[in-house]
Design a protein around this ligand. Structure first.
Ligand code: NAP
Ligand code: MG
Length: 498
């Protein structure tokens, strides 16, 4: 059994009340790690440590070059242990070793990117301000927001931690990171790496505890300046309400129900594999997954036959085996949620083309077969709600306008794709979809240089890109008077008279 403690103020420690929680390996259903479980007292201590590190510590005042050096140091540490932590991630989350190994490589590259960005950010710019009555110089400063509460989900635990921590550190903030209850271990491994780096004590604190207890305290504490959440739309709504009491800065990366549109001139071999990658990658547990596949009426049967054929070739089983394409879902609870959605699809009249249950050869573990529904209407629950499992809904369309209408008929707007051999045509469709990312002839490719986030109820703000990093800064305007003499300041007449 692996053991993990909380990381508060540069020290690994047990929870104040001694509580622990066993982390379950969803492939075997067996506990594999024992993790300290934070309560209110631990959360308060972590917030205070981050507050002190911000108000009194050296970190916010260090140079961008120092911040860059330390982020690269953390990246080096992660790189050195990446295979080991990929194993931890697979056991904790059920993600296949193929996927978690890729996550580690991306996490290292992203940390380096954020480190490099620390030196490239426009933190001090002179402004042209023609409206002022007399000569002045004006500066736009970008300063760290302060203490950030960062709440992340279970689907890409380490990557989500890096996406939160990277930009916050690059800009000089301090933080309390709360991983999802189901998947705390890789974030605590990252804490071990951070502990070995030159990052000052208290800048990063990692607490494993429930959303209801620790998460809500982060959202309401007057000592926290910003909340960044990646999670469901339901929790996003709650977080926004709680954070309103102290007018915290809030960025939200929430759910999706993204439309993936195959146009009638698409290369079907590529589009079919890309659509399956778009939906079934990581068992469908990606927020930007292309879960609604819109296909032209004329090609419907051909596309469905190809989808079924290619899905049949996907191996499902032990996530620690490099040959496995599909592992279990994150938990037995998530498995039940997904099976419930499959049942609702059947009840509303959709037809199963392949899959539809737990695999017969895997009686143990949170497995669900990759499942394809046809005869789906966009009004059905399986087409409107985020399932977060390997369930693809195929929807027919008769014209491009109808496809765009269906794509936009959603409370969400996170991802999506268009497949066509005519890139200009695909681009024109992409422009009409109200969503934060559109891939043309691809899916799931994300870069820290490209903003990622949602329209509509998929979120507020962006992660990545300059926008995402600057979301961890406050803007300060400094006005410097260049007149330097009282009689010339005629505008004081507004108070003293002419
Ligand atoms: P979730 O239930 O919303 O949980 C996300 C995080 O919020 C967890 O750490 C959770 O803690 C915490 N939380 C729960 N209730 C809270 C509360 N009342 N106050 C503060 N924090 C609270 O989501 P999930 O089931 O873990 O993850 C799946 C969701 O994340 C999906 O909807 C998916 O679309 C979304 N997601 C979005 C993105 C994106 O970038 N847009 C990326 C990945 C995932 P506990 O786990 O301890 O309850
Ligand atoms: Mg687990």
């Amino acid at each position: 059994m692996h053991e993990y403690q909380l990381y508060i103020d540069g020290t690994f420690c047990d929870a104040a009340d001694g509580r622990t929680l066993d982390s379950i390996d969803p492939a075997t259903e067996a506990p594999w790690a024992r993790v300290a479980r934070a309560g209110r007292a631990d959360t308060e201590r972590a917030i205070l440590a981050a507050r002190r590190a911000f108000d009194e510590g050296p970190w916010p005042r260090m140079t961008p070059a120092d911040r860059k050096r330390i982020l690269h140091q953390i990246a080096d540490g992660l790189e050195a242990r990446s295979q080991e932590i990929a194993l931890v991630e697979t056991r904790d989350s059920g993600g296949t070793i193929r996927k978690t190994s890729g996550d580690m490589m991306m996490a290292v590259a992203q940390l380096r990117y954020f480190g490099d960005m620390a030196e490239r950010l426009p933190l001090e710019q002179e402004l042209e301000v023609p409206q002022f009555p007399a000569q002045s110089k004006n500066w736009l400063l970008r300063e760290p927001v302060g203490v950030c509460g960062q709440i992340i989900p279970w689907n890409f635990p380490l990557l989500m931690a890096v996406w939160k921590l990277g930009p916050a550190l690059a800009t000089g903030n301090t933080l309390v990171l709360k991983p999802a209850t189901d998947t705390p271990c890789s974030a605590l491994e990252l804490a071990r790496i951070i502990d070995q780096s030159d990052l000052p004590k208290g800048v990063v604190n990692v607490i494993h505890g429930s959303g209801a207890e620790c998460g809500e305290l982060l959202c309401t504490s007057p000592l926290v300046d910003k909340i960044a959440l990646t999670g469901s739309t339901e929790v996003g709504r709650r977080v926004q309400q709680l954070a309103a009491s102290t007018i915290k800065r809030v960025t939200l990366e929430l759910g999706g129900k993204s439309a993936n549109i195959i146009l009638d001139d698409a290369d079907l071999e590529m589009a079919v594999d890309g659509s399956l990658f778009g939906c079934f990658f990581h068992q469908g547990q990606a927020c930007e997954s292309g879960t609604r596949l819109l296909v032209p009426e004329r090609l419907h049967d051909d596309i469905v036959a190809r989808l079924v054929d290619r899905t049949r070739a996907l191996t499902i089983g032990d996530p620690l085996d490099f040959a496995t394409a599909q592992g279990p879902l994150v938990s037995a609870r998530q498995q039940q949620t997904v099976l419930g959605y499959i049942q609702s699809g059947l009840e509303e009249g959709a037809k199963i083309a392949i899959g539809g249950g737990r695999p017969a050869h895997l009686p143990k573990g949170a497995f669900v077969e990759p499942t394809i529904f046809t005869e789906v209407k966009n009004s059905m629950k399986i087409a409107q709600e985020e399932i977060f499992g390997p369930v693809l809904s195929v929807i027919r369309y008769r014209s491009i306008d109808e496809a765009i209408r269906i794509a936009n008929d959603s409370i969400y707007g996170l991802g999506g794709a268009v497949w066509s051999s005519d890139k200009d045509k695909a681009f024109a469709v992409a422009k009409q979809i109200r969503t934060g990312t559109v891939w043309i002839n691809d899916y799931h490719l994300l870069s820290p240089a490209a903003p990622f986030g949602g329209y509509k109820q998929s979120g507020i703000g962006r992660e990545f890109g300059l926008e995402g990093i600057l979301a961890y800064t406050e803007i300060k305007h400094v006005h410097v008077d260049m007149v330097d003499n009282r009689p010339a300041k005629f505008w004081y007449g507004a108070l003293f008279g002419a």
